[in-house]
Design a binder for this molecule. Structure first.
Ligand SMILES: NC(=O)c1ccc[n+]([C@@H]2O[C@H](COP(=O)([O-])OP(=O)(O)OC[C@H]3O[C@@H](n4cnc5c(N)ncnc54)[C@H](OP(=O)(O)O)[C@@H]3O)[C@@H](O)[C@H]2O)c1
Length: 259
């Protein structure tokens, strides 16, 4: 691989990159030439495996433990990336947790953890990373969800957090203009550990699949492709936008025909 690659000579940081969508994003960016740092909270083994996969692509990689819900850890994370790989060109706030089910019996502690990891963590990451961006600027992408676009009482704190992330996208796009672009992807149903209880059970798997016009569940690579695009020079005039990556699933919801 040469540094003529789209992200040749660039440094990316992907939070929650030890598995699932974050892993796919990290490997896809490395495949396009980036050196990549991934963070995780507990999954050190997954982090090491991603580093090995990226190194096999001929790129530098580092995996760092950092809780996305803790602002002081976010500060430390970006400092380490700067020191170990260099100034940041591409930032992907992907770390997330689904939070509790339902809307009635949600504890304050569960609200806090879900909002702090998915939403406040994304804000802290950008705030901490800002002084460490390359002088020419960079691209931030938030991994949000279609849950942030539609009513979702069955996963209330999560959907509120992801809706907040879409608002954060627009506000930070203005705040960080002109040098840093900020966009989001709103992913639909994607086969990862987070959705395993649904895609590993035949009934829910099939019911949800039938609601997706493209006729299948999303794969982590489907989301990674959109993040690579938004992070790239091809998206150089796009900022403050949300790109829905759901195989058309939410089209039915807006038409009022669920499932
Ligand atoms: N799967 C879907 O259908 C879907 C749809 C829409 C949006 N999304 C979003 O996509 C993102 C990735 O989800 P996924 O499906 O790939 O989930 P996943 O397979 O459960 O992976 C989550 C990743 O985030 C990390 N993580 C979780 N909490 C963290 C924290 N506090 N600090 C740092 N890292 C943390 C995990 O590492 P540790 O295990 O070490 O904590 C792991 O690397 C999330 O933001 C999710 O909301 C997913």
């Amino acid at each position: 691989m040469t540094d003529d690659a789209p992200f040749g000579g660039q440094v990316a940081l992907v939070t929650g990159g030890s598995r699932g969508i974050g892993r796919a994003i990290a490997i896809a960016l490395a495949g396009e030439g980036a050196d990549v740092a991934v963070s995780y909270r507990k999954d050190a083994k997954g982090g090491r495996e991603v580093v090995a996969a990226i190194e096999r692509l001929g790129r530098r990689a580092v995996a760092l433990a950092s809780d996305a819900g803790q602002p002081d850890e976010t500060e430390d994370l970006v400092q380490k990336v700067r020191t170990q790989l260099g100034a940041i060109d591409v930032l992907v706030a992907n770390a997330g947790v689904p939070g509790p089910r339902g809307w009635e019996a949600v504890s304050l502690a569960a609200w806090r953890e879900t909002l702090e990891t998915n939403l406040v963590g994304a804000y802290s990451l950008v705030k901490s990373a800002r002084p460490h961006f390359a002088s020419r600027g960079g691209a931030v992408t938030f991994v949000a969800s279609i849950s942030g676009l539609v009513a979702s009482p069955e996963l209330l704190p999560y959907s509120v957090a992801k809706a907040g992330m879409l608002s954060l996208t627009r506000s930070l796009a203005l705040a960080l203009a002109p040098k840093i672009r900020v966009n989001a992807v709103a992913a639909g149903w994607v086969r990862t550990a987070m959705t395993a209880p649904l895609h590993e059970a035949a009934g829910p798997r099939e019911t949800l699949r039938k609601g997706i016009p493209r006729g299948r569940w999303g794969e982590p690579d489907d989301v990674a492709a959109a993040v690579v695009f938004l992070s790239s020079d091809l998206a150089r005039f796009i900022t403050g936008e949300t790109l829905v990556v759901d195989g058309g699933g939410s089209l039915r919801w807006t038409a009022g025909v669920e499932g």
